[in-house]
Design a protein around this ligand. Structure first.
Ligand code: 4AD
Ligand code: MG
Length: 466
């Protein structure tokens, strides 16, 4: 079929285009007709934010009938002469010479009208919302960031490991797993009480993974530096603006790295990704700065320019309890930080990303390395303004006896983790890693108030349509 040029490519070499003919294909954002017999179509093909302006000279051509059918939302092809644009805000435009309509959209019933729609409304039309400026821009930023995540690690010699989506282990030990089964709850298998899983697909309890870390550890203890990057699933019943039931996590795992090394990589990683957005998604960043979060670009530039704050959990508790601030959840040593505490630290106290190290042992999963004080583990959480936790990581417990003690303390069945324990029996080595939630990162760099706008099809309690 006739293939045009992507609109973004027109603007990449905009000086060379005026005077030439181009074919573009896309969806009509708006159309207006001037009294002087000229029609203007804003056409967008998703390749960039702004699209291109099409000028249709009605005088002397038989466009009048056609133009009436080119309503907002229609898919069309335009062939035209590229010309330097007199209008402000864009350098070139297309003077239409031929227009074809692929698919019309009924003006009255097209769900995306010219006005601004609420994000809640747009979620109900997730099949059309990527055509809006905001969701389209978020999708492009997410795509660039995903690629940049691979680039960061590949450039540094990390190997990409595909860890399983279906697993028998609950890495974080929070019991927030989705069960994977082929048994029909409406038709219980009769007479199978001693082993209810006997006739299930895997003949054992199986779940969607909450994290690829434990499997990444296996490969780190063979390939040195690895990362896994894929979807993870958590059945946490938290209906917040920062939680999804299905989200993407990138998890590097590094042999011969302690917590300090881990932190260094994590901070360099965040900076790198922010620079990607400022440099490679400049149009989108400006858009979000203007319409979603005023001051966004300055906040991001700040996060790149200034070094992050690093405090211990104990210091953070001290700062919070002396702050005089009234928190819904009071702060004392041993408490888990709530969103309100995390945001107070990054937004009010430091005004930039903060890393918190060495959390109480009781708060964190079994795999984290126990510190010499026996009370804390070598954990790190990185918090950013506006979101709170964006990265969680730790040095892993490489000492067999301490790992076994941790597992007993936390009630982790050792027979299910035989392989994990054996890694400490055969060539155990210090290692560490972390997990970054892709959607929280996109939220951070776009200023989008709700995480549900950072992923094409959000999965939250009660919502799995599309
Ligand atoms: O802190 P978490 O639970 O850490 C782990 O899963 C470790 N196994 C990672 C590792 O060390 N390899 O999760 C890591 C990050 C969080 O900081 C957050 O950004 C994101 O994953 N995250 C979520 N994002 C969206 N919705 C949720 N329900 C999330 N839960 C965690
Ligand atoms: Mg965490």
């Amino acid at each position: 079929m006739e293939r045009g040029i992507r609109i973004a490519d027109l603007f990449k070499e905009e000086e060379k285009w005026p005077g030439k003919t181009a074919v573009v294909q896309g969806w009509v954002k708006t159309r207006r007709d001037s009294r002087a017999g000229v029609g203007f179509i804003e056409l967008n093909d998703g390749s960039n934010l702004k699209g291109v302006q099409i000028v249709v000279e009605l005088e002397g051509r038989d466009y009048s009938g056609l133009l009436g059918q080119i309503t907002t939302g229609s898919a069309i092809l335009v062939e035209g002469l590229v010309a330097a644009s007199p209008g402000k805000g864009q350098s070139i435009e297309l003077r239409a010479e031929r227009i074809e309509i692929y698919g019309r959209a009924e003006a009255e019933t097209y769900p995306l009208q010219k006005k601004r729609h609420s994000f809640e409304y747009l979620r109900r039309i997730a099949h059309l919302r990527p055509r809006t400026n905001t969701i389209g821009a978020a999708a492009r930023v997410r795509s660039r960031l995903s690629f940049a995540i691979h680039r960061f690690f590949q450039d540094r010699g990390f190997h990409y490991i595909h860890t399983p989506v279906i697993t028998a282990s609950d890495c974080e030990g929070a019991g927030e797993t989705f069960r994977v089964t082929t048994l029909d709850p409406a038709r219980p298998v009769s007479g199978q009480t001693e082993d209810p899983y006997k006739s299930d697909f895997f003949a054992r309890p199986a779940f969607l993974t909450v994290s690829g870390q434990l499997q990444a550890e296996i490969y780190a203890l063979a390939l040195g530096q690895v990362y896994t990057f894929g979807p993870t699933f958590r059945a946490e019943n938290s209906n917040t603006s920062r939680h999804l039931a299905e989200f993407w996590m990138v998890e590097p795992e590094m042999a011969f790295h302690d917590l300090e090394d881990d932190l260094e990589v994590a901070l360099a990683f965040i900076k790198y990704l922010i620079e990607v957005v400022l440099g490679e998604c400049a149009q989108e960043a400006e858009f979000f700065n203007r319409f979603i979060e005023p001051g966004l670009i300055e906040r991001l530039e700040n996060a790149v320019r200034r070094s992050s704050e690093v405090v211990t959990y104990t210091e953070a508790v001290d700062i919070l309890s002396k702050s005089g601030e009234k928190f819904a959840f009071p702060v004392e040593w041993g408490c888990d930080f709530q969103a309100e505490h995390e945001r107070y630290l990054t937004e009010k106290v430091f005004g930039r990303p903060v890393a918190i190290l060495n959390f109480p042992r009781a708060l964190k999963p079994f795999y984290m390395r126990v510190n010499d004080d026996q009370k804390t583990v070598a954990a790190m959480d990185i918090l950013v303004p506006g979101i709170g936790e964006i990265i969680g990581g730790s040095q892993r417990e490489e000492r067999l006896d301490v790992l076994l003690e941790q597992m007993s303390m936390k009630g982790i069945p050792k027979e299910d983790y035989r392989w994990y324990i054996e890694l400490r029996e055969f060539g155990s080595a210090p290692h560490s890693g972390f997990g970054l939630g892709l959607e929280r990162l996109v939220q951070f760099v776009t200023g989008l108030p709700n995480i549900r706008e950072t992923i094409p099809f959000p999965r939250t309690p009660g919502h799995a349509e599309f």
